[in-house]
Design a protein around this ligand. Structure first.
Ligand SMILES: O=C(O)COP(=O)(O)O
Ligand SMILES: [Mg+2]
Length: 237
């Protein structure tokens, strides 16, 4: 967190779902354009999401960024397209936790719907048809963290999280986390929003993100992202 008046950001890090999309995950075209403007003016754009490496690689290609990504909420990250895939997360412990959660709900006749398990290296993500707080309770004695992105429930090993991977990535870029403006909408963005020089929560997201942020946009979702980019990079727009 910085004093706004002396803050000259050098880079951004942004969440995807809910932040550069609308609430149904459709990409916001003005957000795409803002990202291109930043990138074309040598402002690095790091994508940090709960999504998988393969989906984020494709997204980076379409956006036109350099491919630096934090995936699976920090369980995985990669510098540019050709960097080594780093996996700080521990899939084994997440699978163990998931098996316990799955059997708890199976006893109640509730089936959990996994999201892209075949493409995940580090975390376990499933549909939000159960309460994230209850899931947290079920595995409270295990070294895992339950994150709610507003789009999925994620089981992470305790050492991952977007905030931890953000530090590694900033370091590899030769920047400080305080050089970045971070953008997010949800609980899984909190550690990243707190760590950045300025944390921006887009309106429409959950209260955890708003409480962690330095500034909350007045416009919702992707429009709020664009509003924030224009606020912190006024000379580019
Ligand atoms: O994968 C999710 O659950 C949502 O991803 P996000 O981190 O881009 O919002
Ligand atoms: Mg999000």
């Amino acid at each position: 967190m910085q004093n706004n008046s002396n803050f000259f950001p050098k880079a951004i890090i942004t969440d995807v779902d809910g932040t550069i999309t609308d609430k149904s995950r459709r990409i916001n075209l003005a957000a795409v354009s803002a990202i291109r403007t930043l990138f074309d003016n040598n402002i690095p754009v790091v994508i940090a999401s709960g999504n998988t490496l393969c989906s984020l690689t494709f997204l980076c290609k379409m956006l036109g960024t350099d491919g630096t990504v934090i995936c699976e909420n920090g369980g995985v990250y990669r510098m540019k397209y050709d960097g080594e895939i780093k996996i700080p997360g521990d899939k084994k412990i997440c699978n163990e936790a998931f098996r316990r959660v799955e059997s708890y709900y199976a006893d109640k006749g509730i089936e959990l719907n996994l999201y892209s398990p075949e493409y995940r290296f580090a975390d376990v993500a499933f549909a939000r048809n159960v309460s994230p707080d209850e899931v947290r309770e079920i595995v409270s004695d295990m070294p895992v963290v339950i994150l709610d992105s507003g789009f999925a429930v994620h089981i992470q090993s305790a050492n991952s999280g977007k905030g931890n991977a953000f530090s590694y990535v900033a370091d590899e870029m030769g920047l400080k986390v305080s050089d970045f403006v971070a953008f997010g909408d949800s609980h899984n963005d909190v550690d990243m929003l707190k760590k950045a020089g300025i944390g921006v929560a887009v309106a429409g997201g959950d209260s955890n993100a708003g409480e962690a942020a330095d500034w909350i946009s007045s416009r919702k979702y992707g429009d709020g992202f664009v509003e924030g980019v224009k606020k912190y990079f006024p000379s580019l727009f």
